[in-house]
Structures are given as structure tokens and as C-alpha cells.
Write a protein that binds this ligand. Structure first.
Ligand SMILES: [Fe+2]
Ligand SMILES: [Fe+2]
Length: 299
């Protein structure tokens, strides 16, 4: 009988994520091992499987988010916060095709045409997504071009910097981990999250193009699927780096989101109006909602 595939990746000095082909995942903490032999000290080798790859990648995101769980902000939804989120969405998507093509060109040089082809495909799929965010801003009566030219939300800057650096590395495989992290989180958004934003918008205004496209209703779910399939096909050393970067990117993203979500509405309004050099339009909203607005940030 064939042995079930188990994969593992050390994401911190103390913690390894372990996943089985069945989808079972657990975190092995070597600090609580009490001197027992560490079965995960050596890097994994061998082939990957789809089930264990999902387990490792999603395990990395969950582990990173658990580090800020106790201080995670849950603000009441508001349109000003959504405008900030759209500006963040613009900045995390505007350079994505160019960056992915840089990484693709490097893999071509390295003699890895299959990785280059995957990154090229992703670059094509992500093209024009920044314009969806601009259209949403415009639909809300906000001069989007001027706003994004003068304003990058503080919590979004480290994410943009990270992706830029990853795509410029000598061996830019980590760019896949970063993209997976952002797309996986976007794909968690469901119809209800979009309805919440719709209800915040003025009557007759559709400002959910970016959010819809970067949700379970849009292309994000298939992007996540393609990435899982591709990562599972990579050699073990690459899979390890992708999972480690998924963890690092999720840490940066969780901290950045939280930084923005902790701001009050007047504080956010002030930042936007300062960047615009004028007051935001007065919004006639349809009603109030009790749940948190899903930030649309994604690649
Ligand atoms: Fe995507
Ligand atoms: Fe996108």
C-alpha cells in the first residue's frame, strides 16, 4: 500500500507546519517537544500533492493571522474606510503585471521555462485590475487618479515593497507565495460581503467592480486553484520557499490591515481630504450595517 504523502515546512525557528494529502494540517512546536527527536528538522524532499500543498499554504496564512488575533480590529463598516481600501487595492495591483514579468524573465534566464510560463500567465490575468479600483472610486464621485497619486495607506506600503523586492530577487520564487496569500484572502469574500458594501454605497452606485472580481464570485477562486496546482508540481525546495513566503506575506498583510482598520473614520477622512486637497463628496448612504466591510486589497 502506498504511504500517504506528508509534507512539512519550518516557518519559524520554533514552528513547522505539517500537512497530509488528506488535507489534515497541524503545527508542530519544537519548544514543547521536551527533548524528543524532532521529526521535521530536515527539510522535506520528494513530490508534493494537491491536498498537502493546500494544507501548508493555508496553514501558513492561519498561523500568521493568529499572531495578531487578540488585537484584530473589527470596525463598523463605513464608506470612508472602503475608499481607503480601494486606494490600497489600486496600489497592490497596479505594479503586479510588471513585477510578475520581471520574475518570469529571471526564471527564463535560470532555465525554468515552466515557472516563467506560469508567471507570464498570471501577469496577463492580473492586467487592468488597478483600473477596476479607479472605476469604483470614480463611481463614488472621488477623483481616483488624483487620490492614488497622492496617497498610499500606511499599512499597504510594506506589502507593495515586499512584492517589489521579491520579484527582483535572484531566485524570485517567493513572489508566488506573496500572490497566493493575497488571492487566497480575497477569495474568502462571499456574496454577502459584496452586499454589505453595496448597502453602504449611495443608491444606484456600483462601486464593487474590484471587490467582485477579487472574491469567490470572480476570477480569484480560479487563480487560487491554478496556483495550488502549480505549487504542488514544484520541487520540494521551491515548495518550502513558497510556503515560507506565504507566511511572511501574511504577517505583513495582517499587521497592515490591522493598522488601517484601527483608524477612526474622521482620521481616514482627514488623510483622504489632505491627499485630494478638497473635501470628499457628501454621500447619501442607504443604511447602516452591523458587519465589517471586507477590505478588497488583492493582487
Ligand atoms: Fe488574481
Ligand atoms: Fe487581481
Amino acid at each position: 500500500m502506498a504511504r500517504p504523502v506528508a509534507e512539512w515546512v519550518n516557518v519559524t525557528d520554533d514552528v513547522s507546519i505539517v500537512a497530509r494529502e488528506s488535507g489534515e494540517v497541524w503545527f508542530y512546536n519544537r519548544r514543547s517537544a521536551n527533548g524528543a527527536v524532532d521529526p521535521f528538522v530536515a527539510p522535506m524532499e520528494g513530490m508534493g500533492s494537491r491536498g498537502s500543498t493546500v494544507g501548508l499554504l493555508d496553514g501558513a496564512i492561519n498561523l500568521a493571522f493568529s499572531t495578531i488575533e487578540s488585537r484584530f480590529a473589527q470596525p463598523a463598516p463605513n464608506l470612508v474606510g472602503y475608499i481607503v481600501a480601494l486606494v490600497g487595492a489600486y496600489h497592490t495591483s497596479v505594479d503586479t503585471p510588471r513585477n510578475l514579468r520581471r520574475a518570469a524573465a529571471r526564471f527564463e534566464e535560470l532555465g525554468r521555462p515552466e515557472v516563467a510560463a506560469y508567471l507570464e500567465l498570471r501577469a496577463r490575468e492580473e492586467s487592468g485590475h488597478d483600473r477596476l479600483a479607479l472605476k469604483d472610486l470614480r463611481a463614488l464621485g472621488v477623483p481616483g487618479e488624483r487620490l492614488v497619486a497622492n496617497f498610499i495607506p500606511e499599512g499597504i506600503k510594506p506589502l507593495c515593497k515586499r512584492f517589489d523586492e521579491l520579484c527582483g530577487e535572484d531566485y524570485p520564487i517567493g513572489s508566488i507565495g506573496y500572490s497566493y496569500c493575497l488571492e487566497r484572502i480575497a477569495a474568502l469574500k462571499e456574496k454577502n460581503d459584496i452586499e454589505i458594501v453595496r448597502a453602504l454605497c449611495p443608491e444606484g452606485v456600483d462601486a464593487t467592480r474590484f471587490l467582485r472580481s477579487h472574491s469567490s464570485l470572480g476570477s480569484e477562486a480560479s487563480h487560487v486553484d491554478e496556483t495550488i496546482e502549480f505549487v504542488a508540481s514544484l520541487p520540494a525546495s521551491d515548495r518550502i520557499k513558497v510556503v515560507q513566503e506565504t507566511y511572511q506575506s501574511a504577517l505583513i498583510l495582517a499587521e497592515g490591515y490591522n493598522h488601517e482598520l484601527l483608524k477612526s473614520e474622521p482620521q481616514m477622512r482627514q488623510e483622504i481630504e489632505q491627499a485630494l486637497g478638497e473635501a470628499l463628496p457628501h454621500f447619501h448612504v442607504q443604511g447602516t450595517q452591523k458587519h465589517c466591510v471586507a477590505a478588497p486589497t488583492a493582487v
